[in-house]
Design a protein around this ligand. Structure first.
Ligand code: AQP
Length: 327
């Protein structure tokens, strides 16, 4: 039986954080064994907010190096850069013509980001491009963090709409969301998700933060009133977030960690948490530092993946164009 297909991307917008890793990349590593996985760097999504061109190039290669350093294997997974495959934009445009503006304006991410920096058309249309990213590969599953659920739902709606109007073409994929770790919270505000666009770098642990920086950020992370080390996201969002981070990075159940730190103070617990997170990221960073010395090789890997992805994407697009009446 052919393998099921999964597809997902990460924006090339810098500062890939431990939330992106736990919510998405870690899932990719597991899925690449069972699924035919397409994992891409979403550079076209990154430019929905202003980017410095030189930095964007560097960030794209940096995310690619991180993919490899985290364990994505180009022999198993098709790794590519979104903008290398024009079919993404073409299908994105076609899907725009099926999407009422109201649906895009209702998206939580759009509302949040348009508040921050004024409304750009690209930001509004982000979800239709994301629907194209997904639907081109006819996947069964889309591994994402919880914040992307609404966008995957739109992709499903558009697939259904297209199929009803033009005949069976797309699959309706399901979002694969981790039971735990699907929404890592900000260290400086554990009531909101960890985010690379946060105003303070103390909000997130970047995958490339030094061990010292990680320990410092965890030490100053906002905690809660009381003194018990207990998983209780309602009343203890800060401590619960640190427990989830430790649990996810050490593959240890939260319950076990609660027992281990039952008699420790917040201070002791945070010192241990910072130490563990730094230790777990060190080997990834070592591999990253080796890989990034050779950006040309990284780009070549991505270009090989693009060739592979292009075959499927252009086939789907050809079918779509024919069905909607483009000559
Ligand atoms: N805090 C998070 N916890 C768990 N998963 C998360 N993801 C993002 N934040 C968290 C997941 O990471 C994948 C890649 O995300 P993206 O590059 O598309 O960026 P994003 O979802 O817009 O969130 P970021 O990284 O924090 O960026 P900004 O600040 O720009 O919003 C996705 O699967 C996402 O769900």
């Amino acid at each position: 039986m052919p393998k099921q297909i999964a597809v997902s991307g990460i924006q090339a917008s810098g500062n890939i954080h431990i939330g992106n890793y736990i919510g998405a990349i870690k899932q990719f590593i597991e899925l690449q064994e069972k699924y035919k996985l397409y994992a891409f760097i979403a550079d076209l999504h990154a430019i929905t907010v202003p980017q410095d061109p030189q930095k964007l190039r560097e960030q794209t290669i940096s995310v690619a190096a991180l993919f490899l350093a985290c364990g994505l294997d180009p022999e198993k997974t098709t790794l590519f850069i979104q903008s290398h495959i024009p079919a993404h934009v073409e299908l994105g445009w076609i899907l725009n013509t099926l999407t009422p503006i109201g649906e895009l304006e209702r998206m939580a991410q759009f509302k949040e980001k348009s508040d921050k920096q004024g409304v750009l058309a690209g930001l509004l249309n982000y979800p239709t491009l994301m629907a194209a990213d997904i639907l081109l590969y006819k996947p069964d599953a889309v591994p994402v963090g919880e914040d992307q659920t609404q966008h995957v739902e739109l992709a499903r709606t558009l697939a259904r709409k297209f199929n009803t109007r033009f005949g069976e073409t797309f699959k309706e994929p399901k979002a694969l969301i981790q039971k735990e770790g699907a929404r890592i919270m900000g260290l400086d505000d554990p009531t909101k998700k960890m985010s690379k666009s946060a105003s303070s770098a103390n909000n997130y642990i970047s995958m490339l933060d030094s061990a010292e920086e990680i320990r410092r950020k965890v030490k100053i992370a906002v905690t809660d009133s009381g003194s018990e080390i207990k998983y209780d996201p309602q009343n203890k969002p800060g401590i619960s977030n640190l427990l989830v981070l430790m649990s996810q990075m050490s593959d240890t159940p939260v319950k076990t960690l609660e027992e281990k730190y039952a008699n420790k103070s917040y201070g002791e617990f945070k010192t241990e948490a910072g130490k563990l997170l730094a230790e777990k990221l060190t080997p990834i960073q070592k591999r990253y530092n080796e890989l990034i010395k050779n950006p040309k090789e990284i780009l070549e890997i991505m270009e090989r993946g693009s060739k592979d992805a292009e075959k499927i994407a252009s086939q789907t697009l050809k079918d779509v164009k024919q069905k909607i009446g483009l000559i």
